[in-house]
Write a protein that binds this ligand. Structure first.
Ligand code: AMP
Length: 427
């Protein structure tokens, strides 16, 4: 089987890593890939978001299976294009991907189907309307840009100044791009977050192991929101009673709602949950795997990923095939100094081999590229150092031991991945 993976971050490196372990896979391409993926797959030119270029490439190279990492090609309709031609691909159609592509669409979907979520104050297509609405909200308030904003579209605003600033940047200065031209305001929920991801084939579904990610840049949940500074997975995140509650109050109503609204969902459905005192509530849906959650999930996979992906693409998912390593996994993200703000790139990365030599460790590349013999930084999140262990403590020890072997100018990482926090808005 020849497989094409679309995307170029550590999530896609994790997919490439596991696909290559599959018995039936003879070749993996990655579009566009990165400096680390290039050591394990053939990186090819089309950018992840470009439907026409990816289709033209696939006409020529004929992958047997395509697995899509990021949201942009999904929202842009890549799956419609490939499925229409009968090419096996894992991911939802452009219509189904609206569950991520529009936060207002999703909020209304949740409300009309009585799926627990934060109460929405309203949605606005002018800055004036949004400013006026601030008079009648409780603080903190959550402001969400409607469309895709590369992880920068949500603000948990503690006070009117912070809220006004975000609305101005999104709606008046267009700093978030077209995704910021409409916003919704909703109540801020308190609790711990949980990433609960379903794999669906349009009819059947299977849940992946639970994960939690860390969005703030610095220890103790301080600093700005990022794409994710680390993640971990352990079965203790999801005791049996919580699993049952999530199945009953979130998953079953969501599946019923998708069916009732004729949304045929195939691919990964990421359900971002806040575990509040009054039960789990949906913060968001994503139409794909999370990053860095996927790195922690892949490390625990104990099944043939290519086989399961092909089953999904053909509408024949067998949930019992998804087997998981017991214990736990952790991913620590090594980032460029200044990220998520301005940062420099082109810094040589040292110590990759020493880190990779530690047992049960896999160094997954995000923002890296090759420069001759060297690997240099090319993004904000540079590496996801991922490890497994019998328990969370040992997984974290190994990941941090490996992280300490790696050096590049300006590198920073959080030292408290996997430690439980009771912050007001989760982590
Ligand atoms: P989203 O892209 O909707 O997941 O939002 C990104 C992050 O913002 C979430 O992971 C939460 O940390 C935070 N967030 C989103 N909605 C809320 C909410 N209603 N209350 C508290 N925090 C939220």
């Amino acid at each position: 089987m020849k497989v094409l993976v679309i995307g170029g971050g550590a999530r896609e490196h994790a997919l490439v890593w596991k696909l290559r372990e599959s018995a039936g896979v003879e070749k993996v391409w990655c579009a566009p890939g990165n400096g680390g993926i290039a050591g394990e797959a053939e990186c090819v030119a089309p950018e992840a978001g470009g439907v026409a270029a990816l289709t033209a490439w696939a006409v020529q190279y004929k992958p047997d299976l395509t697995v899509v990492g990021p949201e942009l090609p999904l929202v842009n309709g890549l799956v419609d294009e490939f499925s229409h031609r009968g090419w096996p691909i894992v991911g939802p159609s452009g219509d189904a991907a609206q569950l991520e592509g529009s936060k207002i669409f999703t909020k209304e979907f949740l409300q009309r189907n009585h799926i627990p979520t934060a109460v929405m104050y309203g949605h606005y297509d002018s800055a004036g309307g949004a400013y006026s609405a601030l008079c009648a909200v409780d603080w903190p308030v959550v402001i969400k840009a409607d469309g895709l904003c590369a992880g920068k579209g949500v603000c948990v605003a503690a006070n009117p100044d912070a809220a006004t600033d975000f609305i101005e940047r999104a709606m008046e200065r267009n700093e978030l791009g077209p995704g910021g031209s409409r916003v919704l305001l909703e109540e801020a929920l308190e609790g711990q977050e949980l990433s609960f991801i379903l794999l669906m084939d349009g009819t059947r579904h299977a849940a992946l192991v639970p994960t939690r990610d860390h969005k703030r840049a610095f220890d103790n949940n301080e600093g700005p929101n990022t794409g994710g500074m680390g993640a971990y997975s352990s079965d203790e995140l999801l005791p049996a009673d919580l699993r049952q509650t999530i199945a009953k109050t979130i998953v079953e109503p969501t599946l019923r709602a998708l069916e009732a609204e004729a949304i045929q969902y195939q691919g990964f459905l990421y359900i971002g949950l806040m575990l509040t005192q009054s039960g789990p509530k949906v913060l968001e849906f994503n139409c794909r795997l999370g990053d860095p959650e996927t790195q922690a999930i892949a490390a625990r996979m104990d099944f043939d990923l290519a086989e399961v992906m092909m089953d999904v693409a053909k509408g024949k998912l067998e949930p019992e095939k998804l087997k998981w390593k017991p214990g736990a996994s952790a991913c620590v993200v090594l980032a460029s100094g200044g990220y998520p703000g301005k940062f420099e790139t082109g810094k040589e990365i040292r110590g990759l081999e020493e880190a990779a030599a530690i047992a049960d460790v896999k160094v997954l590349h995000a923002g890296t590229k090759r420069a001759g013999e060297k690997i240099v930084t090319s993004g904000g999140r540079v590496l996801g150092v991922t490890a497994t262990g019998n328990a969370l403590g040992s997984a974290l020890d190994k990941a941090y031991q490996a992280a300490r072997k790696i050096r590049f100018e300006g590198m920073y990482y959080r030292r408290d991945i996997g430690q439980r926090q009771n912050s007001a808005v989760g982590d």
